[in-house]
Design a protein around this ligand. Structure first.
Ligand code: FO1
Length: 320
C-alpha cells in the first residue's frame, strides 16, 4: 500500500502517473490538505480534495490549475451580478461543492462525505482529508490576517507576507483512517506540492506528524521545485511564484534542498529533478539523504515511469 501526502496542482500531476499503475489504485491512499478550504457563497470549497478527485478521475484541468477539464462558468457569470466575482468556480465544480455542502449540513464529517463523492466518480483509491476539523491556512501581511484564498485569489498574492499560520491544527485530530494509512503503508510519499501551504497544514496536525516521525515504512519526498526549468504555463508560473513567496515567509530558500531540509526528520530519501542534480545533489548528500534523479515535470505519457521510479527508489530505502 502506498500512502501519499497531497496538495493541489503538484499532487494532481504526480497522481496522474500513480493512477495508471494497472490494478494498483485500490492500494493507494491520498491524505489531502484542507488548509485551503473555505466558504464561498455559502458553499464549502475544498480545492485540494477536489484536485485529487479530478486527477484520480483523469479529468483535472492542468492548463487552468484547478477544476475539471471542459468546465463552463455560467453560474459564475450570473453570480457576478450579485457581487460574487472574485473566485472562478466552474459549473461542475460548483455542483461538487453543492453536493458536499448539503451532506456536511446533515452533520456528516468531511471524510465520510469525501468518500461518498469519490465513489460517485468511481475512484478506487482511498481519499482522506488530513482532518475532519477545520484547519485553515492564514497569512499575516502587516497587521492584517488574511484567509488563504483571500490572499491568493482575491488579492492576487500581492501583499507582502510576514507570517503563515495553520489555524486549528494544534487541536485537530486526524480523520478516521489517516493514522492507519500511515502505519500500514509500505511506502509514504510526500507529493511534489507546496511545502508550506499544501504539506505544512497536513504535518501541523500533531498525530499525522507523529505517525510519520515514528514510521515503520520508508518515506520519500518529491521536490516540487525544478530550478533549471522555466515555468511552462501561466498556471505554473503563478504556482511557482506563490511557492517562492510563502517559502521565503517561513525562512526557506526557494530551492529543492530547502524543501528536503524542511522535511529532514520525516524522510528517508528525496527525489530531485535531473536538471538540478549537479547543483542540489551535492547539498543533499551533505546531510546524508539518498537522492533519486528523475524527470519531475514528466508529460502525461511519461508520468507512470516517474511514479514507478519513485516507488522503486522508496522501497529500497530503510528508515532510521
Ligand atoms: N485559483 C485562482 O487563482 N483563481 C480562482 O478563481 C480559483 C478558483 C478555484 C475554484 C475551485 C478550486 O477548487 C480552486 C480554485 N482556484 C483558483 C485554485 C485555489 O485557489 C488554490 O487553492 C490556490 O490557487 C493555491 O494553490
Amino acid at each position: 500500500m502506498i500512502t501519499v501526502l497531497c496538495g493541489g496542482f503538484g499532487a494532481a500531476r504526480f497522481l496522474d502517473g500513480l493512477r495508471h499503475r494497472a490494478g494498483e489504485t485500490e492500494r493507494l491512499c491520498c491524505i489531502v490538505n484542507t488548509g485551503d478550504d473555505f466558504d464561498y457563497v455559502g458553499l464549502r470549497v475544498c480545492p485540494d480534495l477536489d484536485s485529487v478527485v479530478y486527477a484520480l478521475a483523469g479529468c483535472f484541468d492542468e492548463r487552468r490549475g484547478w477544476g475539471p477539464v471542459g468546465d463552463s462558468f455560467a453560474a459564475n457569470q450570473a453570480l457576478a451580478r450579485y457581487g460574487h466575482d472574485w473566485f472562478q468556480l466552474g459549473d461542475r465544480d460548483l455542483a461538487l461543492s453543492l453536493a458536499r455542502t448539503s451532506r456536511l449540513a446533515e452533520g456528516r464529517p468531511l471524510s465520510d462525505v469525501t468518500s461518498e463523492l469519490c465513489a460517485a466518480w468511481g475512484i478506487a483509491a482511498q481519499v482522506l482529508p488530513a482532518t475532519d476539523q477545520a484547519v485553515r491556512t492564514r497569512v499575516r501581511s502587516g497587521t492584517r490576517w488574511l484567509g488563504f484564498q483571500d490572499f491568493v485569489v482575491r488579492e492576487r498574492a500581492e501583499p507582502p507576507i510576514a507570517e503563515v499560520a495553520y489555524d486549528g491544527a494544534v487541536d485537530a485530530g486526524p480523520a478516521p483512517g489517516v493514522v492507519t494509512a500511515l502505519e500500514r503503508a509500505d511506502l509514504v510519499v510526500i507529493a511534489p506540492s507546496n511545502p508550506v501551504t499544501s504539506i505544512g497544514p497536513i504535518l501541523a496536525v500533531p498525530w499525522v506528524r507523529q505517525a510519520i516521525a515514528g514510521r515503520r515504512a520508508p518515506t520519500v519526498a518529491v521536490s516540487p521545485i525544478v530550478l533549471n526549468a522555466e515555468p511552462s504555463s501561466d498556471a505554473e508560473r503563478t504556482r511557482c511564484s506563490l511557492r517562492a513567496v510563502v517559502m521565503e515567509a517561513v525562512g526557506l530558500a526557494h530551492r529543492p534542498s530547502a524543501v528536503a531540509s524542511a522535511y529532514r526528520d520525516l524522510i528517508d530519501g528525496f527525489v530531485l529533478d535531473r536538471r538540478d542534480f549537479d547543483e542540489e545533489g551535492k547539498v543533499l548528500a551533505e546531510f546524508g539523504l539518498p537522492v533519486l534523479p528523475a524527470d519531475i515535470l514528466a508529460r502525461p505519457g511519461r508520468r507512470t515511469e516517474l511514479a514507478e521510479a519513485v516507488i522503486e527508489f522508496g522501497l529500497t530505502l530503510t528508515q532510521p
